[in-house]
Design a protein around this ligand. Structure first.
Ligand code: NAD
Length: 415
């Protein structure tokens, strides 16, 4: 994952002609915090976990990025994801830098009280380096609004009322309307813009999707509402397909109850790994990283891939797909809707004023459409693919801001 993030960064850095020295400065995280989390489980036994917070770059504003609770969480993972956040916040032009973190635990194996204790211990360990003007975590894989509420509560118990310390909170506790579906909504807007470039609309397409959690389920619902057909979906426990289009609201309801798409009666089961090569117009990986690899990239049948997940395509697969002319709308553009509405939530917390849902969705749409157009302009200007263009745009914005903050006699250009 870290390797992939660096490869894509260096591709863009080469387009911009950046020196080795400058690359090293831009790619190295400013701070890596690693904390030992020792708590008790419900039986009273000691449990150990490691928590991470990697703060990559804060040139354009406070650090910003999600918290992931997953057994695979480690420093490399957090660093790679933090790196992506820096360019992502710049691409959608929200006033934040990039960070990421999490805990190497599996919430599926934990009770709610165990999860609460582990979360609070983690906050105790990182409380000096987070804050509304310093670093603002948010939900990611296996964390949700409930966990964000505990973080706000724990942080506030040390420093006083501070709703702006995290985003993705429950709406009734200083959260924002529309935050829950924001990433999925942003994926839908990004896909809609990519289709426009090909003279198509959402009503013209069939979609295969990997992952049906927060990002996937909302994206699927919004695409289906505009006539798109979800023909196949896989999660970590099962997969289901229907050539006539799965009934998305019913599938959402099924998943809420069963915590998996497996067994959904409105379609046929199939082997989950096949979703990547399913016959369809659009593939949306919305689960974890490394879903599209050199082993399956040549067999991908979609002509557009919209990366809902972070890092779903390995560099080898990326090269194969580019050669085949498949359009990839990369993660740092496609899934930036979440951080965009996180920014709106943070702004509302600071203003102590709640925005209406219509305003949030309209502002999100504007940000996503503008970001897509800006990336497309760079892709045209430099004759490069969308992923490299997204990195070029992100690095350019961070670089320009850095030069304005601190003049240098060296001749540096991000053009
Ligand atoms: P989630 O936990 O809500 O859902 C994850 C989904 O992926 C689940 O359906 C799960 O079953 C599925 N999954 C996990 N492992 C799988 C496997 N091996 N094969 C098939 N399916 C698998 O997580 P989420 O918030 O929807 O995040 C998904 C991705 O989107 C992550 O890469 C995350 O970093 C990224 N992302 C999330 C947000 C956000 O706002 N939630 C924002 C930006 C990016």
């Amino acid at each position: 994952m870290l390797e992939a993030a660096h490869r894509y960064f260096h591709d863009a850095a080469s387009v911009l002609g950046l020196t080795e020295r400058l690359r090293e400065i831009l790619v190295t995280p400013r701070r890596v915090v690693k904390v030992e989390i020792v708590t008790e489980n419900d039986e009273g036994d000691l449990i150990h976990h490691i928590g991470f917070r990697v703060q990559h770059n804060n040139t354009r504003g406070p650090y910003k990025g999600g918290l992931r609770y997953h057994p695979s969480m480690d420093e490399d993972h957090a660093s790679a994801l933090a790196n992506l956040m820096t360019w992502k916040t710049a691409i959608v032009d929200v006033p934040f830098g990039g960070a990421k973190g999490g805990i190497d635990c599996d919430p599926h194996e934990m009770s709610i009280t165990e999860l609460d204790r582990v979360t609070r211990k983690f906050v105790e360990g990182i409380k000096e380096v987070i804050g509304p003007m310093q670093d603002i975590p948010a939900p990611d894989v296996n964390t949700n609004s409930e966990v964000m509420a505990w973080i706000m509560d724990e942080y506030s118990s040390h420093y006083g009322f501070a709703p702006g310390v995290v985003t993705g909170k429950p709406v009734h506790l200083f959260g924002s309307l529309g935050r829950d579906e924001a990433t999925g909504r942003g994926v839908m807007y990004a896909l809609r813009e990519a289709l426009k470039d090909q003279g198509k609309t959402l009503a013209d397409i069939t979609v295969a999707m990997q992952g049906f959690g927060n990002v996937g389920s909302h994206a699927a619902r919004l695409i289906a509402e505009q006539g798109g057909k979800l023909v196949a979906v896989a999660d970590h426990l099962g997969a289901v397909s229907n050539d006539d289009g799965l009934e998305v609201p019913a599938l959402v309801e099924w998943t809420a109850e069963h915590r998996t798409v497996d067994g959904f009666p409105g379609g046929e089961p199939f082997k989950g790994a096949d979703v990547i090569t399913w016959p369809c117009d659009v593939l949306i990986p919305a689960a974890l990283e490394d879903a599209i690899t050199k082993e399956n990239a040549a067999d991908v049948r979609a002509t557009i891939i919209v990366e809902g997940a972070n890092g779903p395509t390995t560099p080898e697969a990326n090269d194969i797909l580019n050669k085949r002319g498949v359009t990839i709308v990369p993660d740092i553009l496609a899934n930036a809707g979440g951080v965009t509405v996180s920014y709106f939530e943070w702004a509302q917390n600071i203003q102590q004023f709640q925005w209406e849902l219509e305003r949030i969705n309209a502002e999100l749409e504007k940000k996503m459409v503008r970001a897509y157009a800006d990336v497309r302009d760079v892709a045209k200007e430099k004759s490069i693919d969308f992923r490299t263009a997204s990195f070029v745009l992100g690095i350019r914005r961070v670089g320009r801001a850095a030069l304005s903050r601190q003049p240098t006699r060296k001749k540096i250009s991000f053009e």
